[in-house]
Design a protein around this ligand. Structure first.
Ligand code: DAH
Length: 346
């Protein structure tokens, strides 16, 4: 029996020498260590042997099994290494292949313009403050001189969402403009205030090429002693020059907004035709860019600013409209439809 085991050992080792693949090695394992191998058979047959022989054969067979298992592990490693070496050699790296570019993100055109405009006003001493998109009726309308049932409410198509408080249901809404922040800021500070408020605003609107249900506005206001319409003009003319270029002309005309008196609209001379009249400016030579005015005394009273001591100006502009003008974009919906072909152009 012992001799048989010795012969088994040398046969197994002999065969192992010529094996150089994982699959060949697996076949070898089954042949010499598997359930039907000669070695397993010897181990199984031990029970039928006389005691002395059982001891000796058992020890030798177990030793052989351990030896073959160890040899197998070593061989496995050697084969794995040579297989890796072979595959590296076969699939050699082609260092002349062009690399795969990783796509770079970029800022959305609205974000870029928004930051640019904020920078311009910050350089003039304004502070940037943001406010909530969801707003009380009080801030969006009431405190801005637009009481309930006032026809001016029709100027803003509103998305309403009532809110349950301890006093019952309160009218809440998605802010239709950034002007409510005038009230929030002045409520919590004493003059002088010089603030701009960038942010999203919402309108209950059927979308089309010039209307979106969500867009961006930037509100600005300054309140102090002795602020006059001349300060408003100076600030906004300077802003227009810094944004659109030194050569741009600007013009004010009367307009109406309930929270300012007087109210104005500002236009710049058309940068496409330089004021001669073209399609972009509908032949007028001027392009309206924002609404503004002197803060209404009733608005100042609301926040406990004495209108006999303090005065201020305010303005609000729509960002997408400016971008459309600047880049000749004819559909506002392009901004927020996430079409990369459009966004990559900026
Ligand atoms: N909030 C106005 C709107 O959405 C824009 C506006 C006009 C803001 C005049 C102002 C202002 O601060 O003085 O139409």
């Amino acid at each position: 029996m012992i001799a048989k085991l010795d012969e088994l050992r040398s046969r197994a080792l002999g065969e192992l020498d010529s094996i150089d693949t994982s699959s060949g090695l697996e076949a070898w394992r089954i042949r010499y260590l598997g359930r039907k191998s000669a070695l397993t058979e010897v181990l199984r047959g031990l029970a039928t042997l006389p005691l002395e022989e059982k001891r000796a054969t058992g020890a030798a067979a177990n030793e052989l099994r351990t030896f073959l298992e160890k040899t197998l592990t070593l061989k496995e490693e050697a084969i794995r290494e040579s297989e890796i070496a072979r595959s590296i050699e076969q699939g050699q790296l082609d260092v002349t292949l062009p690399g795969r570019p990783s796509a770079l993100g970029r800022l959305h055109p609205t974000t870029k313009l928004l930051r640019h405009i904020c920078d311009i006003f910050m350089a003039m001493g304004f502070e940037v403050i943001e406010g909530p998109d969801v707003e009380w009726d009080y801030y969006n309308f009431e405190a801005l001189n637009i009481p309930q049932d006032h026809p001016a409410r029709d100027m803003w198509d509103t998305l309403w969402m009532d809110f349950e408080t301890e006093d019952g249901r309160q009218p809440m809404l998605l802010r239709t403009h950034t002007s409510p922040m005038q009230i929030r800021v002045m409520e919590s500070r004493r003059p002088p205030v010089r603030v701009i408020v960038p942010g999203k605003v919402y309108r209950y609107e059927a979308t089309d090429a010039t209307h979106e249900a969500m867009f961006y506005q930037i509100e600005g206001f300054a309140v102090d002693k002795n602020i006059t319409l001349a300060d408003l003009k100076g600030t906004l003319f300077e802003f227009a020059k810094r944004l659109f270029g030194e050569e741009r002309k600007a013009r004010f005309r009367c307009d109406y907004f309930p929270f300012v008196e007087p109210g104005v609209e500002m236009a710049i001379d058309c940068f496409l035709c330089n004021g001669a009249g073209c399609q972009l400016c509908s032949g007028s030579g001027w392009i309206e860019i924002l609404g503004a005015g002197m803060v209404h005394p009733d608005v100042l009273r609301r926040v406990d600013y004495d209108p006999d001591v303090y005065t201020g100006f305010a303005f609000g502009l729509g960002l997408e409209r400016m971008l459309m003008l600047k880049y000749g974009i004819d559909d506002i919906r392009l901004f927020y439809s996430n079409d990369l072909r459009f966004l990559r152009q900026f």
